[in-house]
Design a protein around this ligand. Structure first.
Ligand code: SF4
Ligand code: SF4
Ligand code: SF4
Length: 323
C-alpha cells in the first residue's frame, strides 16, 4: 500500500482553541487519519523539531499553522515548515489576521514586559526581565526573542490558504480538510469559507431593515434582547455586515452579537474600517458631535472593530500608550 501523505499542525502565539477545533472534529479526526499521517503536532503528539528538519523539502502535503507570530522561535518554525510543506494553511483568526494576540500591537514590547514583570502588584519593581541569552559558569540558556510587533502568518511566510474563525467552525474545517485530501483545492490565496457577509446566512436577516437609523447603541447586558430580531436593529453592535459567513451564525443563534472573528470577505481590505464606517452610517445622527456621542457607548473602539484583525489591517499597529 502506498504511503499516506503527511501533514503537520503547529501553533504559534495561540490560545490552544484552534487545536481544540481539530479535536472537536470528533470522528472526523479518524476520517482525516484514514487519509493522511499526522507527522508533527506538538500539542497532541510527542515530536521534536528534528523530526521536521529530517523531512525532505515538500515532504509534507500541508501544514496547518494556528496562532499569530510573536517571537523568533515561531518565525523559525514557520520558515522550516514552509520549506517542508507543499501547502501552508493559516488556521484560525490569529494566523489569518493576527487575532486577539494582535491587540498587543497597541503597546510596545517593553511596556508588555514591564506590565508582566515589573508593574503588577505581585512582582518586585526591579525584577529581572526575560533575557534572550543567559550565561553563567556552568550553563548557557536561550529564550526566543520577543519581537516588537505581532504578525500574521502571511507577513512572515507565504501562505497558500486560510481557514478563518476564532476558532474555525467544524463545518469550515471539515470542508477544508476534505478539499485538501481530495486535491480539490481552489486557487492559492483563497479563504476557505463562503465569500459573503454573515448577515446573508443569519437566521434573523429578515428582520434587519434595509436602512438602519439607530438613535443609540447598547451593551448586551443593558437591554432585554429580543431573541428573534436582528441584533443590530436593536442597537447592539453586531458585526455581521462586515464579517465573512461560514460559522452558521453561531453567536447569533446563542443570542449574542457577532464580534467579527471570520474576518472580512474578499471585497473588504480593512475589516475594522469597514465595520466602523458601516456602523456610523447606521446611526440616525448626522452631526459629528452626535455620532461621537453614540459611539461613546462603545467601551473600546479598537477592541470592537479590530478585535481579530489589527496586525493584518492597514494600521498593523498603533501605540496607545508608551512609557
Ligand atoms: S484563532 Fe481564536 S481559538 Fe484560534 S488560537 Fe487564536 S484566539 Fe485561540
Ligand atoms: S446584523 Fe447581526 S443579527 Fe442582524 S442580520 Fe446581521 S448578523 Fe444577523
Ligand atoms: S457569529 Fe461572528 S464572532 Fe461568532 S463565530 Fe460567527 S463570525 Fe465569529
Amino acid at each position: 500500500m502506498p504511503d499516506k501523505p503527511k501533514i503537520a499542525l503547529y501553533w504559534c502565539a495561540s490560545c490552544g482553541g484552534c487545536d481544540e477545533a481539530v479535536v472537536d472534529l470528533a470522528e472526523g479526526v479518524l476520517t482525516l487519519t484514514d487519509a493522511v499521517d499526522i507527522a508533527f503536532w506538538p500539542v497532541a503528539l510527542d515530536g521534536k523539531r528534528s523530526d521536521v528538519e529530517n523531512l525532505a523539502d515538500g515532504g509534507l502535503l500541508a501544514t496547518l499553522i494556528n496562532g499569530a507570530v510573536r517571537n523568533s522561535e515561531q518565525e523559525e518554525m514557520a520558515h522550516l515548515l514552509r520549506a517542508k510543506s507543499q501547502y501552508i494553511i493559516a488556521f484560525g483568526a490569529c494566523a489569518h489576521l493576527g487575532g486577539i494576540p494582535g491587540l498587543a500591537n497597541l503597546y510596545s514590547s517593553q511596556d508588555i514586559l514591564s506590565a508582566a514583570f515589573n508593574d503588577s502588584p505581585t512582582t518586585e519593581p526591579d525584577a529581572v526581565l526575560p533575557r534572550t541569552n543567559t550565561l553563567d559558569e556552568m550553563h548557557a540558556l536561550g529564550l526566543p526573542e520577543f519581537r516588537e510587533t505581532v504578525k500574521t502568518l502571511d507577513q512572515v511566510i507565504a501562505v497558500d490558504y486560510y481557514i478563518p474563525g476564532c476558532p474555525p467552525s467544524r463545518k469550515v474545517v471539515s470542508e477544508a480538510l476534505r478539499a485538501l485530501v481530495s486535491g480539490e483545492l481552489p486557487d492559492r490565496g483563497t479563504v476557505l469559507a463562503p465569500n459573503i457577509a454573515l448577515c446573508e446566512e443569519c437566521p434573523r436577516k429578515e428582520s434587519k431593515p434595509e436602512k438602519l437609523s439607530l438613535e443609540s447603541l447598547h451593551r448586551t447586558y443593558g437591554i432585554e434582547i429580543d431573541p428573534e430580531k436582528c441584533l443590530l436593529a436593536q442597537g447592539i453592535v453586531c458585526l455581521g455586515m462586515g464579517t465573512r459567513a461560514g460559522c452558521d451564525a453561531a453567536c447569533i443563534r446563542g443570542n449574542m452579537p457577532c464580534t467579527g472573528c471570520f474576518g472580512p470577505s474578499d471585497r473588504v481590505r480593512d475589516q475594522g474600517a469597514k465595520l466602523l464606517s458601516a456602523l456610523a452610517s447606521s446611526l440616525s445622527a448626522t452631526e459629528t458631535e452626535a455620532i461621537d456621542l453614540a459611539l461613546a457607548e462603545l467601551p473600546d473602539e479598537v477592541g470592537t472593530f479590530y478585535r481579530y484583525s489589527l496586525p493584518g489591517s492597514l494600521l498593523q499597529r498603533a501605540l496607545v500608550h508608551s512609557k
